[in-house]
Write a protein that binds this ligand. Sequence first.
Ligand SMILES: *[C@@H]1O[C@H](CO)[C@@H](O)[C@H](O)[C@H]1NC(C)=O
Ligand SMILES: *[C@@H]1O[C@H](CO)[C@@H](O)[C@H](O)[C@H]1NC(C)=O
Ligand SMILES: [Cu+2]
Length: 238
Amino acid sequence: MKNLLITCSLLVGASAHTIFQELWVNGVAQGHTKGIRVPAYDGPITDVTSNDVICNGGQQHTECTPQMQVKAGDKLTAEWHHTLDSGSTGEAQDPIDKGHLGPVMVYLAKVDDALTTKVTGLKWFKIYEDGLDSKGQWAVTRLYNNKGKVNFTLPSCVQSGQYLLRAELIALHGAASYPGAQLYMECAQINVTGGGSANPPTVSFPGAYKGTDPGIKFQLFYPTPTTYTIPGPTAFKC
Ligand SMILES: *[C@@H]1O[C@H](CO)[C@@H](O)[C@H](O)[C@H]1NC(C)=O
Ligand SMILES: *[C@@H]1O[C@H](CO)[C@@H](O)[C@H](O)[C@H]1NC(C)=O
Ligand SMILES: [Cu+2]
């Protein structure tokens, strides 16, 4: 790789949180941390007005790998683990502490060059969201039970080209006041082929969330919630 203002070093954080660190395409793993701007530290972002909420701060690629090749309509899987090296340890806090309950979301932003693009100033649209179901189970519990994996579909009508794919999990155990909700997000670099001509409405990061959003300032305990409003726009469908 040449002329990249990024490093390829792998630094491992040590705290009880989580990192999106592997993308699967149609059931095939693309490689651990490959094509994902993984952070050195697994801790959350809590300031929803900060640029850190875009793709987890000024974090580095750990691999100088290029875009992952995906086709519009492909089945994708985002895989989270507690730390970058906890995936095979079987520890109870992998993929995340069970008490870190909340929603899971996926966004896309079209870019000229996914490998080198800056993360500021991009226009994002949501393609997946999962919150609290009618039985009272949270998206994070489903993620935990699926060993960190979340399946979603890349809409078949999105335009071909390069994107950052922002996969996000919000833990609400401290969200009764703001700042308190813990936002965990990383951005994968993808190159989409076989797309359509969709022109979905977009939002900005920061900007898409406010500290007063009912899905950001949220009482997780007493009484046990029965409904939850996922923050951000509704997920785009073709
Ligand atoms: C997710 O997709 C994979 C294949 O891509 C499949 O094996 C797995 O059962 C799916 N998981 C869920 C929870 O649907
Ligand atoms: C993206 O896919 C197109 C079509 O296959 C290909 O021509 C192009 O080289 C790819 N770009 C990158 C950066 O992978
Ligand atoms: Cu945590």
